[in-house]
Design a protein around this ligand. Sequence first.
Ligand code: ZN
Ligand code: ZN
Length: 367
Amino acid sequence: MEKGSDEMRAYGEMPNPEVKKDSGRKCPRCRGFMEFDPKEGKLRCLSCDYLEAVLSRNEEDTCAEEKDFEYAERNGNHDWGVEKKTVHCENCGIEMIYDAADPIDGCLYCGSSRVAEVQTKDSLAPGGVCVFELDAKQAAERFEQWIRKRRFCRKELKTSVHPKRFKGIFLPCWTFDTHTDTTYDASYGISYQGSKGAPQLEWDGCCGSYREFIDDQIVDGRNRHEQDLLDLNRDFQMKENKAYRQEYLAGFAVERYSVDLMDAWECAKEKISTRLQRHVTNRIMAERHADEVADLKMSTVYTRIKYKLLLLPVWVICFDVNGKLYRFTVNGQNGSVSGKVPVSPGKVASVVLGVLVILGLFCFFLR
Ligand SMILES: [Zn+2]
Ligand SMILES: [Zn+2]
């Protein structure tokens, strides 16, 4: 980085402690540490490169199992298959879950070193994982391609990208399945040609019931995500999830859900209700040949509710430009990049100046 340029700190470059303690992911050949390798889809030994399949030969790849919501409080699974610890960042408020033996080198989200382990935190274990399919090197390549096209972006962001600066994190996401039984009443209007030629509506009332099965209503498990502009619903192939195994997480952090299961369900109900309102309205219009529906009142009963907690992979990179944090994510499944770029005032000014000069010359010659 040039001297005298804006101060920019490379986040996540604090040295890792050399030795990790035992976490249960040991290489059968050299007892070294193993991490999930996205390119191979297997565990790779960090010392001797030995590769080991996550599933044994007679095991099949399955999707996340949906759990009964009704019994979640009593029977919710808190077993992550390996001892975990939760770390809280005092700066940005985020909570991260790591293997108990993993070293913590500051907050992956904001770079702050003000992180501390939270003692009594029990977190529901995920039901499914969308595994990393891109490694850090591929993530860096995708980011570089993307940022190169951002013309007004500050140049520091284009010159200081390195795979080592990308941190792999899983984001939490809830999905709900439910049967819905809705009773409704509403007014509907049918248009007719009025006596003065103008179309008018003739109103009548109706009531009825409506049933619909809702499959995979998605609710973001995070309440702090303004900056990365990620839309979990749109950006990830959630159907490609695998039933949770701790091996898929080896070497990656997990953002702990900040929206818990009960709050997520309330949020899901709101979304489902909006969807049902639309569907009921469409139905009345079709059945009654109506042109408008008004005063729709609905009452919905939700039964056989199932949920699952999914983890979605992203590579995160942060930049500090003049004391302001810029965070970008690269989707670990498909490489799409999200984030807001800091604009370079110099570049904008030069373009504005260029346009003014052209306009000036244009006016001069038109005179
Ligand atoms: Zn090894
Ligand atoms: Zn933080």
